[in-house]
Design a protein around this ligand. Sequence first.
Ligand code: PMP
Length: 456
Amino acid sequence: MASVLDLIGDTPLIEVTRIDRGPCRLFLKLESANPSGSLKDRPARTMIEAAEADGRLKPGGTIVEATAGNTGLGLALVGGRKGYRTLLVVPDKMAREKVLHAKAMGAEVVITRSEVGKGHPDYYQDLAEAITRRTAGAFFVNQFANPANPRAHETATGPEILRQMDGDVDAIVVGVGSGGTLTGIGRFMRRASPKTAMVLADPEGSVLAPYVETGRMVPAGSWAVEGIGEDFVPPNADLALVSRAFAIPDAESFASARELLRAEGVLAGSSSGTLLAAALRYCRAQAAPKRVVSLVCDSGAKYLSKVFNPIFLAQEGWSHPDRHGTVRDVVVSRYSEGTAVVVRPEDNLRTVFARMRSSDVSQLPVVDASGHVIGLVDESDVLAALLAEREDPDRAFARPVEEVMVRRLETISAEAPIADLLPLFRKDYVAIVMDGDQFLGVATRLDLINYFRITI
Ligand code: PMP
């Protein structure tokens, strides 16, 4: 009977057939099929087993790592199965889903600040080192410099790719977080298949692609894709192996991940979107047919609220690039699908509360059967109704919204200039935005703040 650790590696390879690949054939290795859901299960196991073999990690010991994501999940999975305590130091920008996943596997998570740089005691890598020094039996994994990280890919991922491609691969497109994937697969290919070119897919804002293309270090920017891109060259990243590099904007990475799901049914994360976007650019630019491989680094299930969330895309300014300085611009950033969350006058307060909670809004327009807005209900209306019937909250929750809603509405035309919202907000109103006589949506102060964030 196999243990879950036996499921690490030997991941499937599929061919992309419904997206334009120019003259090339493009294949994706589904690293999302690893048990904790990413390519990092492989180095997590080799780094832990190397430390066991040379005595840095002993029974009862503690595994410590600074990680913003998948490495922590891999270590928690492998460490947990082998009976070690796993302690992860994570910057506070790490996705909630990943923190909850690591904790659910039994890892201890120390959250630290993300806005401080190397050398600061709160910087996640410095803090992990300090915790290692003061914890008896602790082993600092250090994926950025640990040679067992690239070795996982040199001894397994690389050979698997070459075997699955029947020994014939022209190019492999990878990203760099720690550099383990690039360096491991690249070293193997240099030996076993010298014709195979390593292509770097890097988020725009990272220093790595400009360094490969120009030899110069540029100041780092910021990017939304998770797991790849760096503000330094990690010791484990052998950039000399790279023959071409592409800097991919976030919007293109996210769009590629969405296209992969729509066209091929593969649910991939944001870094996989960057890899696919670079692979497609590479393939479409070829004059002769090539056999190209890239990776699905992790599953899109971790990014449903970002990559696959139209509201998030609109809030980043990626789905409605045209702006006219009107109230419409503010509203579409929230109601990108054109469907506002509303309630009917006869809906009860339980429905109102459930809808507020699931859509993360604090007020809802009340719309009648003919589509007219007849009122607005917000948290304070629901709370007042509850407090009025404190001894019987069920009865309060059963009341229809038309009994508690506010009927005095402040409407504004979608074509009005944005500045017209300010007097309404100063009076503490939310704005009911009308497209002619059609209700378009609600504009709040938060929507306006976000509008300024993406336009300034
Ligand atoms: N994609 C994702 C989602 C990751 O978490 C990572 C690891 N940070 C990578 C790609 C890159 O892998 P590597 O560390 O081997 O460079």
